[in-house]
Design a protein around this ligand. Structure first.
Ligand SMILES: [Zn+2]
Length: 648
């Protein structure tokens, strides 16, 4: 099923926030390395902290901070001395800002035609999830304004900031969150676009364009987790929803599509609630009915997990919902209903496993008969009404219902503003309320940095060239055809191409690299192979092996074919599967001699014209084992020798 809508009509607006790790030698405020520990527990000192909430200067409590505080979680930090020092532990003030990071950030700002600030001031931005030991993240504006071009128009850049990455979440269990400090402090560039994006595809293209531009500086990290996108999505009469933690570019258009649909459906839901004149004031905590006894009476029917909760002092409370028939099962996306949205809130605020709603019954062993009993007890009509049941310890159930009721009330208004987390399938889940404004205050441990001529000149070295110039260089210097150069520039492989040329040319020609990345992959894809299975590391591995003469270029498609199907195999293993062994020149000459002596009459008759026939026969037995050019040279030489010695 498609969830696409007419995006002009619903007034879709999308803004992106892209976070990219910079590939510097050391962290932003200390001299720790910018790599991640393979085993974060190894040699790690473990430090535990809890989050406390304080009022801001204006006497307000931040809603997002309060949410995290109420969860009462304990934060555990793994501090390996090889990857962190006292700065990450917030036991030592930050060292002066890393100049290399500053230079790269400036280069990226220039590439996006942003107005670079005269002086860089670091600020402290409150973080509420324990991902920074200090409770704040250091961030500084580098540039304001700028733009990126997409096929659907220009998308403006709002700001470009240099900041420190947060600690890496390792696990979350029993209200204890474990973070590794290895990632904390890695320089990160944050690019925020204006809400100029008008379609799911344009959102993905914008992220892609900005990503390529950053990659082309040659100074950003690669691989999963090194680039993370947050999306701000709204539709007309909806709300600006913040979606966090999108790691895969290919997921962006799906997420935008599904979030636009969710908001659109929530607005429809609001209209239905108003049309039906659902009595809003009746939806409250004092209307909860304890139906634990009904569950105890039906003990033999109900699902085991429910029985187990009840046996451990659990209670079953029900919230009657007049005129709600069908609305809890109201679809908001793939496998997402209004009921699932409410369940997210129950889980997040109450720590319960979930909820049961009337539109999904009969289920969990609650059969028709039991269902009727519940409707009767709640004085509700089976035909018109609905209800929600939550089963757990009483205190948790009450907390969960408080959140569920609040969320139902918000449905009468439309789309509530909140922060959501991206899921693997492109759907999103409620994460927490959106933080209030004024979460920033000056970082007093760092002195401002003047952006002088010298700094700007250094940055110039990393500013990637404009696409028009790149196109010309690919044609004139690399010898690519115009078509190939153009396809390359528009492809996802442009940055990889430049890196491969830098590393392996002239040993491997730029034409071969380009045509493999564009034409060969396209051909394999039309064979029905999923070339998206190959990541850049896979492709680079293949070119490295090629540069080491492990196989010849004719064999690239075969190697790729195996790699796509068996990604865990390295090139050596693949060559073994293809039973390819390089053949020595000596052996080659022997093979050629044999074939020529068998065909000597034919050669004498056809003279030079015999070349193609002989070449074909030789290649049949040596294809992939040695470069065709070498074979051709020897074949040619041997034919001439034969003709000469035969006195012709
Ligand atoms: Zn450090």
């Amino acid at each position: 099923m498609s969830y696409r809508l007419n995006y002009d009509e619903i007034g879709l607006r999308v803004g992106l926030e892209i976070h990219q790790q910079l590939d510097t030698k050391t962290k932003l405020f200390c001299s720790c390395p910018t790599s991640l520990a393979e085993d974060p527990y190894k040699n790690a000192v473990i430090i535990e902290r809890r989050l406390r909430v304080g009022k801001s200067e204006l006497g307000e409590i931040d809603p997002a901070a309060l949410f995290e505080f109420r969860r009462g979680r304990l934060y555990r930090y793994l501090a390996s001395p090889s990857y962190s020092c006292l700065v990450e532990l917030d036991e030592e003030p930050p060292h002066p800002v890393n100049r290399e990071a500053l230079v790269i950030a400036l280069a990226i700002a220039k590439a996006l035609r942003s107005n670079i600030v005269d002086e860089i001031y670091f600020m402290r931005k409150i973080v509420v999830d324990g991902s920074n030991t200090s409770g704040f993240q250091r961030t500084a504006i580098i540039g304001l304004g700028g733009y990126v071009e997409t096929s659907q128009g220009i998308v403006r850049i709002q700001s470009i900031a240099l900041e420190e990455d947060s600690a890496r979440k390792i696990e979350e269990k029993d209200n204890i969150v474990t973070y590794s400090l290895d990632r904390l402090g890695i320089p990160l560039i944050e690019i925020s676009t204006a809400p100029d994006i008008r379609s799911p595809e344009q959102a993905e293209e914008t992220a892609f364009r900005i990503g390529v531009l950053m990659r082309l500086t040659g100074k950003v990290k690669r691989g999963l987790g090194t680039i993370r996108q947050d999306l701000n999505i709204s539709i007309k009469n909806g709300a600006k929803i913040e979606i966090k933690g999108v790691q895969k570019l290919e997921l962006i258009s799906k997420i935008v599509e599904l979030e636009a649909y969710r908001q659109y459906r929530l607005l429809q839901l609001k209209n239905i609630l108003l049309e039906r004149e659902v009595p809003r004031e009746d939806i409250s905590l004092d209307k909860l009915v304890d139906i634990t006894d009904l569950f105890v009476n039906n003990k033999n029917k109900i699902a085991r997990f429910i029985r187990e909760i009840l046996e451990k002092n659990g209670v079953a409370l029900a919230l009657p919902l007049k005129r709600f028939k069908g609305l809890l099962g109201f679809e908001l996306g793939p496998n997402r209903r209004f009921g699932s949205e409410l369940a997210d809130h129950a889980r997040a605020w109450g720590g319960v496993g979930g909820l049961i709603h009337s539109d999904e019954l009969p289920k969990y062993g609650i059969d028709e008969e039991f269902l009727k009993e519940i409707f009767r007890r709640l004085s509700l009509s089976h035909e018109e009404d609905g209800f929600i049941i939550i089963i757990d310890e009483r205190e948790k159930v009450l907390k969960a219902f408080e959140a569920v009721i609040k969320r139902i009330h918000q449905a009468f208004e439309g789309v509530p503003q909140e922060t959501r987390a991206a899921q693997e399938d492109g759907t999103t889940r409620y994460m927490r309320p959106q933080p209030g404004s004024a979460r920033m205050y000056p970082e007093t441990d760092l002195i401002p940095v003047k952006v002088d001529e010298e700094l700007l000149k250094e940055a110039e070295k990393y500013v990637p060239e404009p696409f028009e110039i790149k196109l010309r260089r690919f044609v004139e210097e690399h010898g690519l055809s115009k078509d190939l150069a153009y396809s390359l520039i528009r492809s996802r492989y442009i940055a990889l191409y430049e890196e491969l040329v830098r590393k392996y040319s002239p040993k491997i020609s730029p034409q071969l690299i380009a045509s493999t990345l564009i034409n060969t992959l396209k051909a394999l894809s039309s064979e029905g192979l999923d070339v998206s299975q190959l990541d850049e590391k896979d492709l680079e591995e293949i070119f490295r092996a090629l540069s080491e003469d492990k196989f010849s270029k004719e064999l690239i498609p075969d190697v790729l074919r195996v790699k796509i199907k068996e990604r865990d195999k390295n090139v050596d293993e693949i060559l073994r599967i293809l039973s390819i062994k390089r053949i020595s020149l000596e052996d080659l000459e022997k093979i050629i001699d044999e074939i020529i002596s068998k065909s000597s009459e034919e050669i004498i008759k056809r003279r030079e014209k015999a070349f193609n026939i002989i070449m074909g026969r030789v290649m049949e037995s040596v294809r992939g084992k040695i470069d065709g050019k070498i074979v051709a040279e020897i074949v040619k030489r041997k034919i001439l020798e034969l003709l000469r010695s035969s006195g012709q």
